[in-house]
Design a binder for this molecule. Structure first.
Ligand code: ADP
Ligand code: MG
Length: 344
């Protein structure tokens, strides 16, 4: 909706990990090169950790899109609560192997045949496990066993574990020594820095054809960094909300006051859903965000956006403006309404 008002080709601050919007901050760049190097080693485990919303999934998708798909066959699975018995099943399915009515031994045989065939074709398998902090110890152990498959001295499966900071703790446990010894690259992705926060926002806006509408006051970016701690997901949530508000008020310039109002509104909207209702205080939590806050924030924002749309439609009917205005398309109703005379 606000994209119509600001003549943007799409939503600049979506919450999905779209590699098309990939921004290479210093941290993302360093992590990217390191992980890519890890992938080209072709064996063992690669580990990427970071706070929720730091950009791990986005980075992995960008990395996979950049790999030589003629030689690397990659499969991804997102771990909910996998235990040892589910793991082989999930891995086989991720590589597109049949799993129906097979015993565990048969699945193992099938998997080994699959890996051998790849190796003979000059290819290799890369398994990406996202949210790997959810793997049970048993599942981790199974994964380690799978990574033992070799043809001669060549490893046939490489695994890439992606997860929240707890993953580091899990791997540090004494019974993880064997897996730990097989980690060939690991990286912890921190939040972006102050100047990168600005570049990140501009990158996303330019990606959808932003032509300085709304104009952004220079002081805006410092404040944005303070309130979001440089965590991409929080930046996206705040900027998306800010653009919506600005469009409803028919603004063509935004600065610190609008940002502060938005943050206050989001804080109020979060209400008792979170332990910490003060967005700026999230900064104190090293990467700047609590898992519960981000999830609640996204869900709450969606509900608020929907109820706002309904309320505006209702108001429009009550005030009888529908008759006076040319009938707008559903997608740009709210911008028009936000631009009504009594608000400008
Ligand atoms: N390097 C980046 N470039 C562009 N957008 C990013 C980047 N890192 C994160 N994001 C955005 O931030 C949000 C959270 O990223 P995501 O990869 O899902 O984080 P994580 O997997 O660490 O929880 C997504 O909306 C994503 O588009
Ligand atoms: Mg993720």
């Amino acid at each position: 909706m606000y994209e119509t008002f600001y003549k943007l080709s799409g939503k600049p601050f979506q919450l999905n990990p779209d590699p098309g919007f990939y921004f290479a901050s210093k941290g993302h760049n360093r992590a990217y090169s390191y992980l890519k190097y890890g992938v080209y080693q072709g064996e063992g485990f690669i580990v990427l950790t970071g706070e929720i919303g730091a950009g791990k999934t986005t980075m992995v998708r960008a990395l996979l899109a950049d790999l030589d798909s003629d030689h690397i066959v990659a499969a991804q699975l997102v771990s909910t609560q996998l235990d040892a018995d589910d793991l082989l099943h999930a891995v086989s399915a991720a590589f597109g192997l049949p799993i129906k009515d097979l015993s565990k031994a048969e699945m193992l045989d099938q998997f080994e045949i699959f890996l051998t065939r790849l190796t003979n074709e000059g290819k290799r398998a890369l398994l990406v496990v996202d949210e790997a902090q959810n793997l049970s110890q048993g599942a981790m152990e199974e994964l380690r066993m799978l990574s033992n498959f070799q043809l001669g001295t060549r490893a046939m499966l490489q695994s890439f574990l992606v997860g929240q900071p707890e993953l580091r703790e899990i791997l540090r446990a004494p019974n993880m020594t064997q897996l730990r010894q097989r980690v060939i690259a690991s990286y912890h992705l921190g939040p972006m820095q102050r100047d990168e926060t600005r570049a990140y926002v501009l990158h996303r806006l330019e990606r959808v054809g932003w032509k300085n509408d709304p104009a952004i006051a220079p002081a805006f970016f410092d404040r944005l960094y303070e309130v979001t701690g440089g965590v991409p997901r929080v930046i996206n949530a705040v900027c998306d909300r800010l653009l919506l508000r600005a469009c409803l008020d028919a603004l063509h310039a935004v600065g610190v006051p609008e940002l502060d109002d938005t943050v206050r509104e989001m804080r109020d909207a979060l209400g008792t859903d979170t332990h910490n209702t003060e967005l700026p205080a999230l900064r104190e939590n090293r990467a700047g965000v609590r898992p519960v806050a981000t999830a609640a924030l996204a869900a709450r924002l969606e509900r608020i956006e929907k109820s706002m749309a309904l309320a505006l439609d209702l108001l429009q009917q009550i005030s009888g403006q529908d008759a006076a205005l040319p009938k707008p398309a559903a997608a740009d109703r709210r911008p028009r309404f936000g631009a009504r005379p009594d608000r400008t």
